[in-house]
Design a protein around this ligand. Structure first.
Ligand SMILES: [Zn+2]
Length: 470
C-alpha cells in the first residue's frame, strides 16, 4: 500500500490527519508506529469527548442547531456581539503557554544552502501565510528544536500524488511551546521566502535539501527608457503622486513608444493590484484587510483563493508579482462556484464566501491529529450533510463555536465542518461553514485550460521584452 492509499483508506484521515511525511515514508510507506500512534490519539480524543457528555448535554441535534441558527434573531437575545476576527489567527487551540521568538531571519536571495525540510501532504505555503503545526514524530521535534536554537527557519515542501514538489517556502518559527514531548510540542510559523530544491539529502529519519533561495523579481517601469524629463515637474513627489496624474503622464510617455498606454497597464503592478482590490471589496467591507503592496497582495490572494494544489504550486513558481496578479485577476473576473472535488456536485457560491478572520476568508489550521487544513468560510452551502455526532468545542479553530463534521451528500467525501455558536445566542454569526480547500474545486471558466499554456517563468519577461524592444 503506498502512502496515498494509506491516507485515503483511513476513515479518520480527514479528521485526525496523516503524519509527517519524511522521504523514507514517501518511498517505503508510512512508518506504522507513527501512523498507528496518531490514529490511537484520535480515538483517545473521541473517547474523551464521549466522557465529556455533560459538557455537550446542552447541545441539541446538530441538524436542529442549523435550523435554529438560520432562524431570525430571537427576541430574547438582548445584546448582539460580532465574533472577534482577530481570534482565529491567534490559534489559541494550540494552548496559551507558547514561547515568543523575536527577530526575523532574512536569507540572501540567490544563495545556496542546506535547509531542513518538513514535507506535508497538500500543504503549499506562501510567503506571509501563518502555518500552525502540531503532533510531530520525535525526529521532527528534534529538527524543529534545532531550528529554534539556530535561525528558526525550515523549509515546507508539498507532497501530493506520489510527487514531491521542487518549489517550497521557508517557514520561520515565531512561537512554540517548551514542552518538547512529541505529543505536546507545537509551533506557529510564518512563510518567508521561496526556494528551489536542488538535491534531497536523506538522513536518519530526517530530510533536508540543498536549496537555492529564489529571488522575487521586481521589474523596472516599462517607461524607464522613455522617461520624459520635461514632465518631471508634473510628477511632484514620486511617492505622493496620485493615480490620475500618474495615468496622464504615462499616456504621454506611451506616445513615444509603439504601444498604447493600456498595454503597459496590464504589466503595472500598482494598476493590477488596484483592479484586484476592487474585486475584494466585499471581503474587505466584512472586516478583512488585504495588503496594499503588490507583492504581498499577490501572495495574500493566492493564499485566500480556494485553489487546487497544482494551482497553488503554479503561483508559487511565478517569480514576479506581475505574473501572479495577472493570473489572479483572470481568476477573479470569472463567474465561479465551489464544487465537491470528488464528485463535482455544487457545494457553495463565491458570493457566500466571507472572512471570519482578519487574515482573510481562507486560513490554515491544524487539527488535533496534526493534519493541516486550509479552511475557507462560507455563510451557506448546499448538498452537504452533517455527521450525526454532537457538536464539539474540542480544538475549535473559532473560539466560541462548536464544530460538526460535514460530508458531501452525494459521495460522502469529507468537505469540512459546520461551526455553531456554543451556548451564546448573542454571538454573530450564529453559524457558518468552514470547508477544507482540498475537498473543493472551483468551477468553471476556461482558466484551467489556459493556465497550463502559460510558462510561469517566461510569460511576463518575454512579453515585456517584446514591448520594450519596440
Ligand atoms: Zn461529492
Amino acid at each position: 500500500m503506498n502512502i496515498d492509499d494509506e491516507i485515503e483508506a483511513s476513515p479518520e484521515s480527514n479528521v485526525a490527519g496523516p503524519r509527517d511525511l519524511g522521504l523514507v515514508a514517501v518511498h517505503r510507506g508510512v512508518d506504522p508506529s507513527t501512523g498507528n500512534q496518531d490514529v490511537e490519539e484520535y480515538h483517545a480524543i473521541e473517547d474523551e469527548e464521549e466522557q465529556n457528555e455533560s459538557q455537550i448535554d446542552n447541545d441539541v441535534n446538530s441538524n436542529e442547531n442549523i435550523e435554529t441558527s438560520s432562524a431570525p434573531d430571537s427576541p430574547e437575545s438582548s445584546t448582539i456581539h460580532e465574533f472577534d476576527m482577530t481570534l482565529p489567527s491567534s490559534h489559541s487551540y494550540l494552548g496559551s503557554n507558547l514561547q515568543e521568538l523575536r527577530g526575523r531571519t532574512l536569507l540572501d536571495e540567490g544563495i545556496y544552502m542546506n535547509l531542513p525540510l518538513l514535507i506535508r501532504e497538500s500543504v503549499v505555503l506562501f510567503p506571509g501565510q501563518i502555518l500552525p503545526l502540531a503532533k510531530f514524530g520525535r525526529s521532527v521535534v528534534e529538527m524543529l528544536l534545532k531550528c529554534i536554537s539556530d535561525n528558526r527557519t525550515f523549509g515546507v515542501l508539498c507532497y501530493r500524488d506520489d510527487k514531491l514538489q521542487t518549489i517550497g517556502t521557508t517557514a520561520e518559527i515565531y512561537q512554540y511551546n517548551e514542552e518538547n514531548s512529541p505529543e505536546g510540542f507545537c509551533i506557529k510559523a510564518i512563510g518567508r521566502q521561496k526556494f528551489e530544491v536542488l538535491r534531497i539529502i536523506h538522513g536518519f529519519q530526517k530530510v533536508s535539501a540543498n536549496v537555492k533561495i529564489l529571488p522575487e523579481i521586481v521589474l523596472p517601469s516599462p517607461f524607464a527608457d522613455y522617461r520624459s524629463f520635461s514632465l518631471d515637474f508634473q510628477r511632484g513627489q514620486f511617492d505622493k503622486i496620485n493615480n490620475h496624474k500618474k495615468e496622464k503622464i504615462e499616456k504621454v510617455e506611451a506616445l513615444l513608444t509603439h504601444w498604447p498606454s493600456w498595454v503597459y497597464k496590464q504589466f503595472d503592478p500598482q494598476s493590477l493590484a488596484s483592479h484586484i482590490k476592487h474585486h475584494l471589496t466585499h471581503i474587505e467591507t466584512r472586516g478583512s484587510h488585504a495588503p496594499d503592496d503588490p507583492i504581498e497582495l499577490s501572495y495574500w490572494v493566492a493564499q485566500n483563493l480556494p485553489l487546487t494544489d497544482d494551482e497553488r504550486v503554479l503561483l508559487l513558481k511565478f517569480d514576479c508579482a506581475i505574473s501572479r496578479l495577472q493570473w489572479e485577476l483572470k481568476y477573479l473576473t470569472k463567474d465561479r462556484y465551489l464544487a465537491c472535488s470528488n464528485c463535482g456536485i455544487q457545494i457553495g457560491k463565491q458570493s457566500d464566501v466571507f472572512p471570519m478572520s482578519k487574515e482573510g476568508p481562507q486560513n490554515t489550521f491544524c487539527n488535533s491529529g496534526g493534519f493541516v487544513h486550509d479552511t475557507i468560510t462560507l455563510y451557506d452551502v448546499s448538498n452537504i450533510i452533517l455527521s450525526g455526532e454532537q457538536p464539539s468545542t474540542e480544538y475549535s479553530w473559532f473560539p466560541g463555536y462548536a464544530w460538526t463534521i460535514a460530508y458531501c451528500e452525494r459521495c460522502n467525501d469529507h468537505k469540512g465542518w459546520c461551526f455553531e455558536a456554543h451556548n451564546d445566542k448573542s454571538l454573530r454569526p450564529q453559524s457558518f461553514w468552514g470547508l477544507t480547500r482540498r475537498g473543493l474545486k472551483s468551477i468553471k471558466g476556461d482558466l484551467i485550460e489556459d493556465l497550463y499554456e502559460l510558462d510561469p517563468g517566461l510569460v511576463v519577461p518575454s512579453l515585456l521584452d517584446t514591448l520594450l524592444r519596440h
